[in-house]
Design a protein around this ligand. Structure first.
Ligand SMILES: Nc1ncnc2c1ncn2[C@@H]1O[C@H](COP(=O)(O)OP(=O)(O)OP(=O)(O)O)[C@@H](O)[C@H]1O
Ligand SMILES: [Mg+2]
Length: 370
């Protein structure tokens, strides 16, 4: 129970297309995260699944049943929003029981379900309190508890953690992961926080302007982004993008020239010409600051650096003015104005055609499952 299929789903508000032909199969027990910039259509897509918006075209199925025209109450999905919208005058217990009471569920059943949800969410000691006497994280757990007691086919979350402070977000993120393991219920989760997406999802859907740009496992998106947009969106700090020129190609891939540095990259450049302008992508964590690695190097001047304790980010201005973000060890000796070289390993590089599409990798990263 809990598979959800979207078939050519589109949504327009008036003339504006907000969701464009999304095809997606969510399997039973999946934890699928919709991620993308503000306005990309994440909430709208979730609301279409919930039935809170009607599709303009396309079909939605739950467990093989066409629910495109089914009202939200009959889809048996539970939605948790950013604003918890608890009833302030009711106890935690009654907040959680409310939906079941309205559905005229048996009293004993309600009590048992509420107690069980409270146990899972560690809210047992708070059942008689009102929401005003709870912390933000506890209130969010009550909102989740209200969803759990309904035994939904799937949970839908829309940015449930964005009102919480950083430490609490991490804690609640872990709790949601634990809850998913414990309940094993299909979950669809919207966030613009790519760390939440990477850590919670088994599959991520990256949205841009209502288009599902890529669907895949977190590490598939990290190692094999299909285009420059996904490459820039997944990973923090964002991937570096440098103008480059294609050199000679052979069975092992193609050379990319960044200024006068030649970087061999294991991608399939067929259909592209020597001399063509491309973009080379390399993540900050893949640039090497340690001595002579025998790798090709890029050098520049340290413009700024940020010490985070465990790591240091160095911003290196190359001779052509491009600024490279480099992840370095926390205790690295560095001064503004230093000239430094960083090693660049082609194995970690991506090449993007002028239209933004990624040149396909010749080998798949071993951890990048579909
Ligand atoms: N009821 C509506 N009427 C008209 N336009 C709407 C409506 N709801 C959403 N939109 C538009 O649809 C687009 C997608 O909105 P949506 O709320 O799905 O984005 P989002 O990805 O959830 O963004 P955010 O991260 O800011 O929450 C936006 O351009 C928004 O202005
Ligand atoms: Mg939204």
């Amino acid at each position: 129970m809990g598979s959800i299929t979207l078939n050519g789903v589109s949504k327009a508000f008036g003339e504006t297309n907000v969701i464009r032909d999304v095809n997606l199969t969510i399997e039973e027990r999946d934890f699928v995260v919709f991620v993308g910039p503000s306005g990309s259509g994440k909430s709208t897509l979730l609301r279409l699944v919930a039935g809170l918006e009607d599709v303009t075209s396309g079909r939605i199925e739950i467990d093989g049943r066409d629910v495109t025209a089914t009202p939200p109450a009959r889809r048996n999905l539970a939605m948790v929003f950013q604003s918890y919208a608890l009833y302030p005058h009711m106890s935690v217990r009654n907040n959680m029981a409310f939906g079941l009471k309205m559905a005229k569920e048996d009293k004993a059943v309600i009590e048992q379900k509420v107690n069980e949800a409270a146990r899972i969410l560690e809210l047992t000691d708070y059942l008689d309190r009102r929401p005003a006497a709870l912390s933000g994280g506890q209130r969010q757990r009550v909102a989740i508890g209200r969803a759990i007691v309904r035994d939904p086919t799937a949970f839908l979350f829309d940015e449930p953690l964005s009102n919480l402070d950083a430490a609490l977000r991490v804690q609640m993120r872990l709790e949601i992961a634990r809850l998913h393991q414990a309940l094993g219920a299909t979950t669809v989760y919207v966030t613009h926080d790519q760390i939440e997406a990477m850590t919670l999802a088994n599959r991520i859907v990256v949205l841009r302007d209502g288009v599902a740009e890529q669907v895949g496992s977190p590490l598939a998106l990290y190692h094999h982004p299909v285009n420059r947009f996904v490459a820039g969106f997944i990973g923090s700090p964002t991937m570096n993008f440098l103008p480059a020129t294609l050199g000679a190609a052979d069975d092992n891939g193609v050379s990319a020239w960044v200024g006068d540095t030649e970087v061999p990259v294991a991608v399939d450049a067929s259909g592209h010409e020597e001399g063509e302008a491309v973009t080379l992508g390399i993540r900050p964590e893949h640039l090497l600051t340690s001595g002579d690695s025998g790798l090709p190097t890029l050098s520049g001047e340290v413009q700024v650096f940020e010490r985070l304790g465990g790591i240091t980010y160095i911003y290196l201005r190359l001779s052509d003015g491009e600024v490279l973000t480099v992840e370095a060890p926390g205790d690295i000796a560095v001064k503004v104005g230093d000239r430094r070289s960083v090693g660049i390993d082609g194995i970690n590089c991506h090449l993007f055609a002028p239209d933004g599409q990624t040149l396909p990798a010749l080998r798949r990263h071993p951890l990048a499952t579909e």
